[in-house]
Ligand binder design. Structure first.
Ligand code: MG
Ligand code: MG
Length: 251
């Protein structure tokens, strides 16, 4: 069942999303060679708690941190650690904030050192472009399949692959609500979008493969099957009568 949010609910989710955008804005300039993902995690958790929120991921099914930090061929769900980032690494940072009971969920990807150019940067640029295409499709009357197709078209036109085994999702009082929001789809299929739906759209785009493998040792990390680069970007988006309202965008 897809839970519709009232205007008031969406306002509250927007406050949660504003804190989350600030977390990402705080972390962005810290993403440099020599910094560890554990340091980023500590900064994020302290900021969220200072803002009166709770880091949604921490304790979720036993996850140990406020952030998921996924480097290079890790797609998602990486656990922050004490390994320093290196120049040119592709880092994806995913974070959730619960504020007054409302969850927001958002991820950004970076090339460490921001050296620009190169395949990692192109992958990230296309991932954001695919996310924006998905957001633009979040209109009342359109469908979940339309949203997925919009993401897929951008990624595949650039020669990249969409991870299909992992999907976006409804979000609200819980981090994962109905429906599933795949990053691929057939136009006109799936649930019809209604004002009050709120989705976490999260393209996971990879070089060379759509296949993934789980880490047998930490039980969380998900890698591309062939060890190629992957990027992950995400926004929490409300569907309103006037179209999509992104709740986790920076001001
Ligand atoms: Mg997320
Ligand atoms: Mg999510």
């Amino acid at each position: 069942m897809i839970i519709r949010k009232s205007r008031k609910d969406i306002e509250l989710m927007q406050r949660s999303g504003a804190v989350l955008a600030q977390v990402h804005d705080l972390l962005a300039p810290m993403v440099k060679a020599g910094v560890t993902t554990a340091e980023l995690d500590r900064v994020a958790e302290a900021f969220i708690r200072e803002a009166g929120g709770v880091p949604t991921f921490k304790g979720y099914q036993g996850f140990p941190a406020a952030l998921c930090t996924s480097v290079n061929h890790k797609v998602v769900h990486g656990i922050p650690d004490d390994v320093p980032l290196a120049e040119g690494d592709l880092l994806s940072v995913d974070c959730g904030v619960t504020l007054r009971g409302w969850v927001s969920d958002s991820a950004r990807s970076y090339v460490v050192g921001g050296t620009g150019g190169g395949e990692a940067q192109r992958l990230i640029d296309i991932s954001y472009e695919s996310l924006e295409a998905g957001i633009a499709a979040c209109q009342p009357g359109r469908t979940v399949g339309d949203v997925g197709r919009a993401v897929q078209e951008v990624a595949e036109a650039a020669g990249f692959h969409v991870i299909r085994k992992l999907v976006g999702h409804g979000v609200g009082r819980n981090m994962h609500e109905d429906p599933q929001v795949p990053n691929y789809g057939t136009p006109g299929t799936g649930p019809v979008l209604e004002p009050g739906y709120v989705f976490a759209l999260e393209p996971m785009i990879a070089v060379g493969t759509a296949d993934i493998v789980e880490d047998p040792t930490d039980g969380w990390s998900i890698y591309t099957a062939v060890g190629s680069l992957a990027a992950h970007v995400e926004h929490t988006v409300a569907i309103t009568e006037d179209g999509p309202l992104v709740l986790t965008r920076s001001e």
